[in-house]
Design a protein around this ligand. Structure first.
Ligand SMILES: [Zn+2]
Ligand SMILES: [Zn+2]
Length: 287
């Protein structure tokens, strides 16, 4: 075993023993930065393991693809498995703790985007992706480096919208579309302007099934991201989401169901936060 592999085994053990605490997640991300800076295939093989462990499936797939040779059947099978998981991109990954390199780059980019009250972190959730080379927004015709990657319910098939055209409502108006189905929302919001902002001026998210938007304190919640039990524990809010009354509809043992949630797995959690009181609420569906 080489030094990279030994270091990876050590970090992985710490991660498992600590149940994904912040320090061990940060340490694994730092090791990832280190491996990315190396130019050897030994480092790249281990980088694939690190990315897979963090849930960065697209990155793991792309790294492995550059290494695998046709005759290596075992690696080919692993590549095929990662390819299946890579469709979801890196949005199910364990989040990098604040202060890391990716975070600060993302934070800088986020300041250039319009602010979406009901979807405050659209880069992290991959509702927006970076376009390199730039793409053309089908609404305003401008060349853009960030484009929308979520659902848009319209008659025409629109593949590229820019953040501005979503925020100012022009995309929804021009194509008579919506980013969230207005019949798949939690009750309790009477304000028509809030409804309009949510369905016409807010980027949506991607559920396994029909996306559903939670509400609390008379307003729609902010969509925070995709979450499994591991992420909820990591954020320290597993108990908080269980206080929610919807769990009584999910059966006798809500805590057992919560433990079945795996990010990117067949039972998926979608995390929301009340924009008024800050309470975290979950929506769950299955593939
Ligand atoms: Zn545009
Ligand atoms: Zn609230």
């Amino acid at each position: 075993m080489n030094d990279y592999q030994l270091k990876f085994m050590e970090l992985k053990r710490e991660l498992e023993q600590s149940e994904d605490d912040v320090d061990s997640v940060a340490a694994l991300y730092e090791f990832k930065d280190f491996l990315e800076a190396q130019d050897t295939s030994e480092a790249k093989w281990v980088l694939t393991d690190v990315c897979e462990t963090l849930g960065l499936y697209r990155s793991a797939f792309e790294t492995l693809r550059s290494l695998v040779v046709r005759t290596d059947k075992k690696a080919q099978r692993r590549l095929a498995k990662l390819k299946d998981m890579a469709w979801s991109g890196d949005r199910f990954a364990l989040h990098r703790p604040a202060g890391g390199k990716d975070r600060s780059r993302q934070a800088a980019l986020l300041t250039q985007l319009p602010f979406f009250r009901y979807h405050p972190n659209p880069l992290e959730t991959e509702a927006f992706l970076l376009a390199d080379p730039p793409k053309t927004c089908e609404c305003c015709g401008k060349s853009v480096s960030v484009y929308y990657n979520g659902p848009f319910f319209a008659v025409e098939n629109i593949s590229c919208l820019c953040p501005e055209c979503i925020a100012n409502g022009r995309a929804a108006e021009k194509f008579d579309g919506a980013f969230q189905d207005e019949y798949s929302l939690e009750d309790g919001v009477d304000d028509q302007n809030r409804l309009d902002e949510l369905i016409h001026r807010t980027p949506g998210y991607q559920g396994w099934q029909q996306e559903y938007w939670r509400a609390h304190c008379g307003d729609y919640c902010a969509f925070i991201g995709y979450a499994g039990y591991r992420e909820l524990k990591h954020l320290g809010i597993a108990d908080e989401v269980l206080e929610d009354s919807v769990w009584s509809d999910w059966g006798e043992e809500p805590e057992e169901l919560l433990k079945d949630l795996v990010n990117g797995g067949s039972v998926q959690g979608y995390l929301f936060r009340c924009v008024h009181c800050g309470k975290h609420l979950l929506w769950v569906d299955c593939d």
